[in-house]
Design a binder for this molecule. Sequence first.
Ligand code: MRU
Length: 356
Amino acid sequence: MQVNGKAYRTIWFENNVVKIIDQTKLPHQFIIKDLKTVKDSINAIKTMEVRGAPLIGATAAYGLVLSILEKNDQSFLKKSSEDLIASRPTAINLKWAIDRMMKKLSGINSNEILKVALEEANAIVEEDVTFCKNIGVNGLKIIEEIANKKKDTVNILTHCNAGWLATIDWGTATSPIYHAHQKGIKVHVWVDETRPRNQGANLTSYELNEEEIPNTIIADNAGGILMQRGQVDMCIVGTDRTLSTGDVANKIGTYLKALAAKDNNVPFYVALPSSTIDWNIKDFKKIPIEERNSEELSHVEGVDENKNVRKVRIYPEKSKALNLAFDITPAKYVTGLITEKGICEASETALKKIFK
Ligand code: MRU
């Protein structure tokens, strides 16, 4: 998608280096960063220079390519794969991408391994672009239906950033929105700020602005009253791991938004590529929920009047804070899953029907 009128993807491989957009610097600075080693890739995922389930999967896949470039050795590759999987726990795309790469690389001789690894990492990236595009084509139908009925702007609420910055291109939750906008349907997006890291305000609003899509940032707790006032036509969010049961793990606060949507008869959709489905775990309590540094809550970063980026503490120095990064929305609150293969009910039967 566009940044300053120029089309970008979030990650690419060039001259044996992985290029990423450093998302910790957005929206104040647009910086392209080089990842040269597997350690650089692990660090980029941990510190959230790259984030969003599909993008961390792709970064991990390229991380293995960098590992082979550093040292073409099976035990180094195995250690790299384990360290990459451990870099963030909740998004299943990370393990999915590493498992896919390692399966392809097992038994390949050392003369060929780099070529095979790069081809597979590129395939993961291209596949994600196609899947996200198809999610948009499928989700567009829902927006179109609302627009035809309403004959006015469609107001869509989203949480966190499940935009192109969280994938390679298009995004998941935003892809139907981009497709609707390109078709000339009037849309307006309510962007949850998404404390503590503000991915909504810093990333979703930023990318929608670049594509000239009307959007308004709201405090995370504002969605409820907007729904009561009839100012939200639908919600679309992304997901870091969706169980085959249809239960959805996503950024902290998603669950409360789904509860408010249910209470107000607002359709609540989750957009995802099949790489985000966990076919193994059946009990959502077994999904590992990432707990991040409490400093993400107690400190905020922004620009001062001289346009210098500054970080300040906003909590009492002695206060403790708990920073859980994800929550679970049970399937019963999900109106439908928008996937690359079509829209289905959030249930094992429906998911199996379109994917197996
Ligand atoms: O902690 P983050 O910023 O990586 O969390 C991202 C989300 O929760 C997204 O909604 C999810 O990864 C879907 S991305 C298409």
